[in-house]
Design a protein around this ligand. Structure first.
Ligand SMILES: Cc1cc2nc3c(=O)[nH]c(=O)nc-3n(C[C@H](O)[C@H](O)[C@H](O)COP(=O)(O)O)c2cc1C
Length: 453
């Protein structure tokens, strides 16, 4: 099986690239993505990371992979640029290396294929044609675009070939498949189909697994174009991965009508559970009382810390990832008074006892390959306290946020967190919606767990 590096540059057709990658993955190949800064305007690095189960090398810097451009170039058995913009082709043809993306292209020692996608006039411009001819003369494979309606409203040649046809062409370059449907337009030096009559439906079958529909059918359905493209691009990259999420505050009852709780709204944990669900994971949400509506079919309400500990202990061994976003009380009354405590006397003392540390307990029986992610809501010494928890509780990632800030955190739809990883890596999200941050947390966890099956 081969290592396929997919470079995504900034064209509308980038939405088709995750479907293309899934074909390679389903066929047993390893896929890594790199993307230009402009490409991030068309598709999120997170979507690509979730599809490949690996961090994306991103010329925008923010999500850049720790893998250097030379390592990435050495890793690849084949590099496919899809979509390939006029700009990227032009820069490659001129030997420009002013971004990690272009540096990788120049450092490659393996076959490289380009699937151009652009407006028909751009494609027929002499500069673009001459750049294409130039890179072809060096042995680059060009998977010529199709004719048809273009995103800009024009009709002509410029549509990126459909994923199954590109996959056919690439697998053929790797010596694995025929390129029956693509051969007449393949224009690189060395990609003659070897067995043109062989099975041409395998790739189509794989694509049809996307909701039982082909790409065309998917795009022709009743949803708005934006929704349908988003859904198709996102796919279900975490299918097969089991994720247990806890959310919300716990209530520690003093008597039948009074309890001690905390300011957690549950929004962050619910966002995490929903992000995992939307990426196709098999999710269980264990939630305190929040008043939020869960879309997770397997949602278990656990009112007290004790209930939550029980719910987690019972299940955790069956999950690939545990994400503990719940704010569990650290201290609670040993037991609640059976009747409402009467208003007598000037003072009332409550004795509280330390509750079980759910994550610490779970970490004692942590299984090989399991990924545990915790949260640290701090008002001081964020980094020191977060790192202490990371190691004390044997976590893989700790998500730390400063809850003293008024504009984020409790009850807000926004957050600004730092992710501390066991290997010393630290990544900051900056202020973003809890939905975005949830996507980052789930993706990072999935990458550590080895992605969906
Ligand atoms: C909405 C929109 C769609 C675009 N689609 C394409 C395209 O399909 N092909 C192309 O070559 N350029 C396209 N462009 C222009 C590129 O995004 C632009 O040239 C950019 O600098 C490419 O950068 P990159 O090659 O580093 O990704 C588009 C621009 C916009 C705003």
């Amino acid at each position: 099986m081969s290592n396929i590096l997919i470079g995504v540059s900034g064209g509308i057709a980038a939405y088709k690239t995750p479907a293309l990658a899934r074909i390679f993955i389903k066929a047993g190949h390893s896929v890594r993505f790199m993307m230009t800064e402009e490409a991030a305007r068309f598709i999120g690095p997170l979507t690509l990371a979730a599809v490949s189960g690996r961090r994306v090398s991103f010329s925008g810097g923010e999500e850049d992979s720790p893998v250097s451009h030379i390592e990435l170039a050495k890793w690849a058995d084949l590099c496919l640029v899809a979509p390939a913009t006029a700009n990227t082709i032009g820069k490659y043809a001129s030997g420009v290396a002013d971004s990690p993306f272009l540096s990788v292209l120049l450092a490659l020692g393996c076959p490289v294929a380009f699937a151009p996608a652009m407006n028909c006039n751009m494609l027929s411009h002499p500069a673009v044609r001459s750049n294409i001819e130039r890179i072809k003369s060096w042995g680059a494979h060009i998977i010529e675009p199709d004719e048809g309606d273009l995103a800009c409203g024009d009709t002509g040649k410029g549509r990126m070939k459909d994923p199954e046809k590109i996959a056919d062409a690439v697998l053929n370059i790797l010596g694995e498949r025929p390129v029956e449907s693509v051969a007449p337009e393949m224009s690189a030096g060395d990609t003659e189909p070897e067995t043109p009559e062989a099975d041409g439906d395998k790739v189509k079958d794989i694509l049809e697994e996307f909701g039982g529909r082909t790409l065309e059918e998917y795009l022709d359905n009743d949803e708005t174009e934006e929704e349908s493209l988003e859904g198709f691009a996102a796919g279900r990259p975490l299918e097969g991965l089991k994720i247990l999420v806890t959310a919300g505050p716990t209530r520690e009852y003093i008597d039948p009508v009074r309890y001690i709780s905390n300011r957690s709204s549950g929004k962050m944990g619910y966002a995490v559970a929903h992000a995992a669900l939307d990426m196709g994971a098999d999710v269980t949400l264990v939630s305190g009382e929040t008043g939020l509506v869960s879309r997770v079919p397997d949602t278990v309400i656990a009112v007290s810390g004790r209930d939550m500990a029980e719910a987690v202990e019972k299940r955790v061994s069956e999950y690939d990832i545990l994400i503990m976003a719940a704010a569990v009380a650290d201290y609670a009354p040993e037991s609640a008074a059976p009747e409402k405590i009467k208003k007598e006397g000037e003072r009332l003392s409550l004795e509280l006892v330390k509750t079980k540390d759910i994550l610490k307990e779970a970490s004692l029986n942590k299984k090989e390959g399991q990924i545990f992610i915790g949260f640290a809501a701090e008002t001081e010494d964020l980094e020191k306290n977060a790192l202490k928890k990371l190691f004390e509780k044997n976590l893989d990632i700790i998500v730390a946020n400063d809850v003293s800030r008024k504009d984020i955190g409790f009850d807000s739809d926004f957050n600004d967190v730092k992710l501390f990883f066991r290997d010393g890596k630290v990544s900051e999200t900056g202020k973003r919606s809890k939905k975005d941050i949830a996507g980052i947390i789930v993706t990072e966890g999935a990458i550590l767990a080895g992605g969906g099956k």
